[in-house]
Ligand binder design. Structure first.
Ligand code: 4GY
Length: 241
């Protein structure tokens, strides 16, 4: 059964959007994943198609109405107990590990908020998991939905070619990617590092690992400490005494 994504949004025209290009687009055409959009506005019941209202207790902006969202969610869940996710800066961080776990679900239902967000009772009613793509505030959940979908779709079987699949190891080892080069060998007086044209595969492997470690140490001390504790703490300890 193909990996199914249902996006609940006020802007269904944004999908598949960027996801129709390249590997994710090819995979969609091949039926390796399935995309369904539900237009939240279709469930509005008044003649103005109202989907939002002012916040209880006062304050700026508008809140998405629970009754309308509830109908949209019930439609999305017809015949499938999909996992519902709300994209929000309050959520737990989207990591490669979380993407791997979500990629194993059969059906994800992604709720995209706008304005000040959705009525809390909707999140409580379905015990909806909140996921954040990072510590910044966007105008809606649609771009975070692209991000989550892309991260999960590329993990589906058959989406990446063999060559790209091998490369998958890189973030999974907890380190940042080593620098990549291609021809020409000399460009603007800059050479490709000698070792990479040596044809010496062991030396290349060692160079890449050490570049990955150096970059991770410099740029992402958080990842570096985690890497050390997982794979090297014991070794580090032995060499220091
Ligand atoms: N950051 N990670 C994010 C976001 C927009 C108003 C609630 C984020 O996931 N989502 O900034 N979302 C807001 C827009 C409703 C979500």
């Amino acid at each position: 059964m193909a990996f199914k994504i249902t996006v609940l949004t006020l802007f269904p025209e944004l999908f598949p959007g960027a996801l129709s290009a390249s590997l994710t687009g090819k995979a969609l055409e091949k039926g390796l994943w399935e995309l369904e959009t539900v237009n939240i506005r279709d469930f509005a019941t008044d003649k103005h198609k109202t989907v939002d209202d002012t916040p209880a207790g006062g304050g700026a902006g508008m809140v998405m109405k629970p009754d309308i969202l509830g109908s949209a969610i019930e439609k999305a869940l017809h015949q499938s107990m999909g996992k519902i996710i709300y994209l929000s800066p309050r959520g737990k961080s989207l990591t490669q590990a979380l993407a791997k776990s979500l990629a194993q679900e059969n059906h994800l239902v992604l709720l995209c908020g706008r304005y000040e967000g959705v009525d809390q009772r909707v999140l409580d009613e379905w015990n909806i998991q909140e996921i954040s793509i990072g510590d910044y505030v966007l105008t809606g959940g649609e771009i975070p939905a692209y991000v989550l979908i892309d991260a999960c779709v590329r993990l589906q079987e058959g989406v990446l070619g063999d060559v790209e699949s091998l490369n998958e190891e890189s973030f999974s080892n907890g380190l940042l990617e080593y620098p990549q080069y291609t021809r020409p060998q000399m460009w603007k007086n800059r050479q490709i590092p000698e070792v990479l044209i040596s044809g010496h595969h062991e030396k290349i492997k060692h160079w890449r690992l050490s570049e990955s470690q150096k970059l991770t140490k410099e740029r992402r001390p958080d990842l570096w400490l985690n890497y050390l504790s997982k794979e090297e703490k014991y070794h580090e300890y032995l060499t220091k005494i």
